[in-house]
Design a protein around this ligand. Structure first.
Ligand SMILES: NC(=O)c1ccc[n+]([C@@H]2O[C@H](COP(=O)([O-])OP(=O)(O)OC[C@H]3O[C@@H](n4cnc5c(N)ncnc54)[C@H](O)[C@@H]3O)[C@@H](O)[C@H]2O)c1
Length: 276
């Protein structure tokens, strides 16, 4: 028996990375999946993989900054599979980069539309359908960048921080409908979003990212898919309003900050010693 048997999910950004891994995982666990993305070729690849594993999936081209497209994805779930149980607002990109004083209003607004507006729309259009089936699970992809700032990526971090807060507000609004609303804060996950911009490609990104957190390897899309599966499943029935951090320990502090003079077991301080 699969953990998502009989459930229907919409996943945005499912042509690549974490969305793709989640679609495949959900399908393997028995869900029917509406694979949505701007990238039709990648999306069709995800659908093919889901089907190879014996799952049910269809592709729908969606630009998450379009209200009509997001409504269309929810409608497709109902038309194709008769219901909606899981909405995973995952699509994303880096958005506006550079010092704040150089960020254009247009790039700021585009970033907000894709990373934050799309989450609002995903909640707005999924809630009525989730209510009809007695509840469900809304999951959104935030980031460790939503927990702390980051130079030259302020719009991204601000949008991802807002996703956490929006998740909390929505969880309060819809708890009584048994609609759970949670988000995931991934750390450094080696997806095309990261390695497409790295000179040395996947391998170099893998090496660099292994040093970014206490657990010495880059994150994998499957690490996030595992958390998404948990939040989507009935095992998370009493979990709502949370921001689940999946980051190999990155958010605990600086993994490289280990003072060599403290490496030997003993006792340190006080700095004052009598008579000195
Ligand atoms: N990779 C990381 O280290 C990392 C860390 C924290 C958070 N995230 C977040 O994880 C999510 C997934 O990213 P990923 O790393 O899997 O990247 P990815 O590039 O592999 O996948 C993102 C997908 O979103 C799609 N997409 C982008 N803009 C879209 C739009 N307007 N409409 C529809 N689809 C669109 C892309 O085509 C792509 O298929 C994003 O929200 C990202 O911000 C990534």
């Amino acid at each position: 028996m699969g953990k998502l048997d009989g459930k229907v999910a919409v996943i945005t950004g499912a042509a690549s990375g974490m969305g793709r891994a989640s679609a495949i995982r959900f399908a393997r666990e028995g869900a029917a999946v509406i694979v949505t993305d701007l990238n039709e070729e990648g999306g069709s690849g995800t659908v093919a993989e889901c089907k190879t594993l014996g799952g049910k999936a269809v592709f729908q081209r969606v630009d998450v900054s379009s209200e009509a497209d997001i409504k269309g994805a929810v409608d497709r779930a109902v038309k194709e599979f008769g219901r909606l149980d899981i909405m995973f607002n995952n699509a994303g990109l880096g958005g506006a980069t550079g010092p704040l004083e150089k960020v254009t209003r247009e790039n700021w607004d585009r970033t907000m539309a894709i990373l934050l507006g799309a989450v609002f729309l995903g909640i707005k259009y999924s809630v009525p359908e989730l209510r009809k089936v007695g509840g469900g699970s809304i999951i959104s992809t935030s980031s460790v960048g939503g927990l702390r700032g980051s130079g030259y990526l302020a719009a991204y971090c601000a949008a991802k921080a807002a996703v956490i807060n929006l998740t909390q507000s929505a969880a309060i609004e819809y708890g009584h409908d048994h609609i759970r609303v949670n988000c995931i804060c991934p750390g450094g996950v080696n997806t095309p979003l990261i390695y497409a911009g790295s000179k040395g490609g996947y391998e170099e990104a893998e090496k660099n990212m292994a040093r970014m957190q206490p657990i010495p390897r880059a994150g994998r899309p499957e690490d996030i898919a595992n958390m998404a599966l948990f939040l989507a499943s009935d095992e998370a029935e009493w979990i709502t309003g949370t921001a689940m951090v999946v980051d190999g320990g990155m958010n605990t502090g600086n993994a490289r900050f280990r003072l060599s003079n403290l490496a030997n077991a003993g006792f340190s301080g006080p700095s004052y010693t009598r008579g000195s």
